[in-house]
Ligand binder design. Sequence first.
Ligand code: CMP
Length: 139
Amino acid sequence: AIQRTFSIIKPDATKRNLTGAITKMLEDGGLRVVASKRIHMTKEQAEGFYAVHKERPFFGELVEFMMSEPVVVQVLEGEDAVARNREIMGATNPEEAAPGTIRKEYALSIGENSVHGSDSLENAEIEIKFFFNDDEIVG
Ligand code: CMP
């Protein structure tokens, strides 16, 4: 089925001017960018977005990293978009990411891993609503 998922091009990637290169990999993988904006996350946004991880030892580091440089938040649309996006991204840890994936190509470490993608359709909807109003998404 056609789905929408949520993606973030993270600070390590925007800093290295990889917004276009990463977006091309998403598009070449069959996804369409139906919303996109470059933002500098506030502490409230970073903590709120990653609230499920707040008991993890890396939470503070994760929030600081996500605020360290601009990010590009996107809504991606396509056939099985949630799973497709996860395939294109590769494993969270770049050392485990398959050849040809974004994280294999560009990620620096498990924390500085270039992209975020929703892990389920349910979370995709929540994450899209966290950053976008309905009128900002043009399918
Ligand atoms: P993401 O898909 O954005 O969701 C949570 C993020 O936490 C994950 O990608 C990683 O970037 C980050 N993360 C996961 N494990 C670690 C870790 N051990 N150290 C630092 N960051 C981590």
